[in-house]
Design a protein around this ligand. Structure first.
Ligand code: NAD
Ligand code: TYD
Length: 332
């Protein structure tokens, strides 16, 4: 296959590009990425010179750029997004642009160029908080913040293009990912790198919010399977099946970094903070997927990666990030 991957310089996208080139020797990948604060060419430095890989810097909201990059591809996999809930609370504009209008631009390109497949990457957050049980693909969408509302908008638009134009779209909705190369604003890399630096870990509210953690390589395998075997117009949940309260996760991180629990700092809660996410992943399991990584091992591998890749994350935590951190956490 020749693939156009959008947002391939971010966390999940870069892991996915590497996964595809490693597991499908005849595939080729074009990565279209705007390189926002979250996009990092270092994430794919090891395959930069692979003749099967090409990089285009550009915006998924730019119809001309998208059409040029998409010409002749067999499928598009859309990772491009603004992805951090906390940023969406104070600066939602870019979320609406990329996560809604960007999807629209891709859909129009697929329609015009008759591209055989568009896999749109979405999130469990579109279902909103679930007190009991697990979300199924047919459940209503009840997003609670500008990030998840924008992602839900992108999902609904994609499904509308399937209904009205029979456009060959597929959607995956995964739970919280973790692993190498995740930008240190998200809770696991933030807490790991803060702990390594003996800095406080700002735990929101009572620390009892629950997330269902999925190792990024397990998500990449599931996305790859859905891309090749999934049904058009279908949505697939991809859950790690490992639900844990934030406070428990925080203690595990402190244990793995060898730091004391006195580093935990309870802070004012995030507004509209979803209490729990939980996915029913029967559908993707029926397609043949199962997570291969056990959570404790994958978390240990992740902590070890950050310990060994200080040169990757330290520059990210200076500059723009310091201003963001001060704004986000200074008053809490
Ligand atoms: P990320 O923030 O690490 O990366 C996003 C990438 O998209 C960056 O490389 C960025 O430069 C690029 N980008 C942003 N705006 C763009 C634009 N307008 N045009 C082109 N490129 C643009 O995000 P991630 O964590 O890798 O998430 C990837 C996808 O997976 C997103 O769609 C996100 O909603 C979804 N998702 C993430 C998680 C998670 O836990 N991280 C869970 C479920 C779903
Ligand atoms: P996050 O990594 O932002 O992902 P999401 O909000 O998309 O689930 O946060 C994961 C959980 O960790 C969430 O319940 C919020 C919590 N959290 C903290 O307690 N402190 C923090 O500094 C951050 C960033 C998150």
């Amino acid at each position: 296959m020749k693939l156009l991957v959008t947002g391939g310089s971010g966390f999940i996208g870069s892991n996915f590009v590497r996964h595809v080139l490693a597991t499908h020797p005849d595939d080729r990948v074009v990565n279209l990425d705007k390189l926002t604060y979250a996009g990092n060419p270092a994430n794919l430095a090891d395959i930069e010179r692979d003749p099967r890989y090409a990089f285009v810097q550009g915006d998924v909201c730019d119809a001309k750029v998208v059409r040029e990059a998409a010409r002749g591809v067999d499928a598009i996999v859309n990772f491009a997004a603004e992805s951090h809930v906390d940023r969406s609370l104070s600066e939602p504009d870019a979320f609406l642009r990329t996560d809604v209008f960007g999807v629209f631009t891709l859909l129009e390109a697929v329609k015009e160029l008759k591209i055989p497949r568009l896999l749109h990457i979405s999130t469990d957050e579109v279902y909103g908080s679930v007190a009991r049980g697990s979300s199924r693909e047919i459940d209503p969408l009840r997003p609670s913040n500008p990030y998840s509302a924008s992602k839900a908008g992108g999902d609904l638009l994609a499904l509308a293009y399937w209904q009205t134009h029979r456009l060959p779209v597929l959607i995956t909705r995964s739970s919280n990912n973790f692993g190498p190369s995740q930008y240190p604003e998200k809770v696991i890399p933030l807490f790991v790198t803060n702990a390594l630096d003996d800095q406080l870990l700002p735990l929101y509210g009572d620390g009892k919010n629950v997330r269902d953690w999925l190792y990024v390589l397990d998500n990449c395998a599931a996305i790859d399977l859905v891309l090749r075997k999934g049904g058009e117009g279908e949505v697939y949940n991809i859950g790690g099946g490992h639900e844990v309260e934030n406070v428990v996760l925080t203690r595990q991180i402190l244990q793995l970094t060898g730091k004391p629990e006195s580093l935990i700092k309870p802070v004012k809660d995030r507004p509209g903070h979803d209490r729990r996410y939980s996915l029913d992943s029967k559908k993707v399991r029926q397609l043949g997927w199962t997570p291969r990584h056990r959570f404790p091992d994958a978390l240990a591998t992740t902590v070890a990666w950050y310990r060994e890749h200080e040169t990757w994350w330290r520059p990210l935590k200076s500059g723009e990030f310091r201003a963001y951190y001060e704004k986000q956490y200074g008053h809490r």
